[in-house]
Each structure stands twice: as structure tokens, then as C-alpha cells.
Design a protein around this ligand. Sequence first.
Ligand code: MG
Length: 231
Amino acid sequence: MLVLVDLDDTLCNTWEAGKYSILRLIPHLIRKRKFKAFFYIITARYRELEQSRELHTLDFDKLVERFLTKVYSKIRPEELDEITDLVDRVFFSNLRLYPDAVPFLRGLKSMGAKVVLVTDSSTKWQRKKLEYLGIKDYFDALIISGETGHSKLEPHNFRLAKHIFPDDEVYVVGDRDDTDMRGGKEIGATTILVQRGYFRGRTAKHADYVVKDLTEALEVIKREHEKRNQT
Ligand SMILES: [Mg+2]
């Protein structure tokens, strides 16, 4: 039994922590007379970045840099550092595991599952989050887009997980339909969409199950697992 688990907005409140960073950034941008960046944020134009394959593998400071150079053709390195530090500080002081995350991971381990984290973004940033959240040891392997060079918009990282731990019984648990759920379907997994965070409320096209939290996700996995072992 193999379970692939997403990190951001599945196990921890990334979008919520990110929102605090953005809220804290707004007065800073206004004070620095960075009105274009301010409008980019309040009109939610960042949504256009969702489909960028490259952005899914970038480091956090590179992400901020990319955002600012998208809005301004040039930005001074000190200005950039100041903004990156601010965003990083506010982000980590608000980042939390969801209360159901550890019971979920423990539950999977007690069922004897191999648990693999499949996550987008850079190595440095994702490892920093894992360290900070203290959940690294629950995983049998970490597959991070910044390390493989493939984002979850492609099937590569999902195939890689199945290649490391070949198994007929595979589950994918994540919050995003067009990456986590679609990738899961590519490798014949049972897909479970946890509706929370940035992508909540989007239509689920590739999910076998839609649940509201990880407690429900664990129940689905237990039920499916029992069903399999009866036949
Ligand atoms: Mg996610």
C-alpha cells in the first residue's frame, strides 16, 4: 500500500500563511510607493501564475523576485531582499500543520503504508517547511519538484513514486485537482481531494473522492483497503 501526500494546503495552511504575508506586504509596498505591485496583488492577477510550470519548481526568493520583475522590469537588489525577508518572516510565523495532519500520517503508518510526499516548489523552501513543521520522519521518500525538475502539472513525479515503491494499491491525497488528482489518475491511483486552502471551491474533475479534511481522507483509505482485502 502506497500513499502519495501533498504538502501545501493539504497538511499545512500554506495559502493562509501566504495571505498574512501578502497583507503585511501591502503597507510596505505603499510606503515604498510600489503601487503597481500593490494593484497586482489586490486584483488577484497572481492567478495567472498558477499554470506556470517553472514557478512550481522555483525557490521562494526566486518566486518573489519573479513576481516583482514581472511587475517592474527592474528592481534594486536591496529592495528585493527587504521584501523577501519580510514575506519569509511573516510566512513562517503563521505556518501551521492542520490539526488532522499528524493523526492522518500516524494512521497511515499504522496501516503499514509507504508514505511519500510529492510536492511542488523548490528544495530549500519545502525542506525548510518540513523542518519547521517537524513531520519529515513520517515520509519514506520526499519527491520535490525543485529536485526532479518536473512539476506536478506533469505525471513524472507520480510515476517516480510508484517506481520507488511498486504497489497495486495506491492512493493520492491532495488539495489540487489539476495536479494531485490528475497525476494520481495517471498512475492508476485512487484519488482523494481535500477541499481546503487556495484551490477549495474549484471543480474536481479527477477526484474519486472529495472530502473536507484528512480525518475523512483516512476513513476513505481504510474503507477502500478493507474492501480490497475482502476480495
Ligand atoms: Mg497543495
